[in-house]
Design a protein. Structure first.
Length: 235
């Protein structure tokens, strides 16, 4: 097959993105990164991806990271792949109408009792440079809406005025927490019913709204030291 045929065949396959997180160290040099890997990827191997990634490293030992990166990708794909669903093929437009749901219910059923998706609370606690973002919101445990974390993240970050590096980080955080929740699905609590009232009480406003804060250099240094300490503890 020609390259064009291979690309066309690849484009026809469903997208199943596995959240990958790298936290590697070689001779005192630390590599941390987060991205997604398509479970149906067939044109690029983890080794080739690792080689391309390491070309951007300004260190003489970058080649030593290649097998570690490839191994980490394969390990995480194998571990989390079964908990990944296909992404919705739509354009990311969220279309939902409770009246449509009610029409599909059998006579005598109640929307609040018969409809409802399982949701988890996604928690964001991240910083890019001196800008720190903290927030939490609900996200369906299984695909029920025609919207991906990437589409949501672009809109979310645009509304907050923090586009750029935050967009892939927020999307990755959503995918990572959803996959982890699916892995522990048997321990999940009973899903809540569809809410009769879509708004929470005012007493909960503080914990259900984004908090953006400009950090001082001292606070940034402290965060980076804490991240390094946690990384070494996990290793």
């Amino acid at each position: 097959l020609s390259t064009d045929d291979l690309l066309k065949r690849m484009a026809e396959l469903p997208v199943r993105l596995v959240p990958i997180r790298l936290d590697l160290e070689v001779e005192g040099i630390i590599l941390r990164d987060a991205f997604t890997w398509n479970l149906n990827e067939s044109l690029m191997t983890p080794e080739y991806f690792a080689h391309q990634l390491c070309q951007d490293f300004d260190t003489p030992i970058s080649a030593q990271f290649i097998p570690l990166i490839a191994e980490s990708i394969r390990k995480q794909v194998q571990e989390y792949g079964h908990a990944v669903e296909e992404d919705c093929p739509g354009d990311g437009v969220l279309e939902f109408n409770i009246d449509d749901v009610k029409e599909e219910l059998a006579p005598g059923d109640h929307a609040e009792e018969s409809y409802g998706d399982m949701r988890i609370v996604v928690k964001l606690d991240m910083h890019v440079g001196p800008l720190h973002l903290k927030d939490q919101f609900e996200w369906p445990l299984f695909n029920t809406y025609d919207i991906t974390p990437e589409v949501f993240s672009r809109r979310y970050c645009t509304e907050l005025g923090i586009a750029g590096e935050f967009i892939p980080i927020v999307a990755h955080a959503i995918r990572e927490q959803v996959v982890n929740a699916r892995m522990n699905f048997g321990e999940a609590e009973i899903p809540p019913f569809f809410r009769q009232r879509p708004l929470r009480g005012q007493e909960d406003d503080d914990i259900w709204e984004p908090e953006l804060r400009q950090l001082s250099q001292q606070e940034v240094d402290q965060l980076m030291k804490e991240e390094e300490r946690q990384s070494r503890y996990m290793i």
